[in-house]
Design a protein around this ligand. Structure first.
Ligand SMILES: [Cu+2]
Length: 147
């Protein structure tokens, strides 16, 4: 029995090992941080298909959600609850725009670049142009970090 359990544990470990290319990225939701008030930190990150982004609130007044129209085609609408950790699995290549709903008007947005983003860049930039002022400015700033 013990041996069987050990084998199962080992198998589970190998399973995780087999998926070790997938990483977990941690993004904090801050009242104040790099870039000013109401920010995601980091506000820009590069990731690969299959990675997970874990958004962690430092205050119950934040949430994280994918901005409709600013995600790779086929990405379902997805949002975290207020004040809760939100895990976003990155299943498609391209650019993902994320916002905190209560602080969207204050520019609380993040940009995630997954794999090869070239095909999605122009459509994403067209969507960014429709964002409210400070959100647009911060997203454009994040886009400059794509290179
Ligand atoms: Cu917020």
């Amino acid at each position: 029995m013990t041996t069987r359990r050990a084998l199962l544990t080992a198998a589970a470990g190998w399973g995780l090992g087999g998926a070790s290319a997938a990483r977990v990225h941690r993004v904090q939701m801050l009242n104040r941080g790099p870039g000013g008030a109401m920010v995601f930190d980091p506000a820009f990150l590069r990731a690969e298909i299959g990675d997970l982004v874990r958004f962690v609130p430092t205050d119950p007044g934040h949430n994280a959600e994918v901005i409709v129209g600013l995600a790779p085609t086929g990405t379902p609408p997805t949002r975290g609850a207020m004040g809760a950790v939100f895990d976003l699995r990155l299943e498609r290549p391209g650019l993902y725009g994320v916002k905190c709903a209560p602080h969207f008007g204050m520019g609380m947005v993040a940009l995630i670049a997954v794999g090869d983003v070239r095909a999605s860049r122009s459509g994403f930039e067209a969507g960014v142009a429709r964002l409210p002022g400070l959100a647009r400015r911060r997203m454009i700033e994040a886009l400059t970090r794509l290179g």
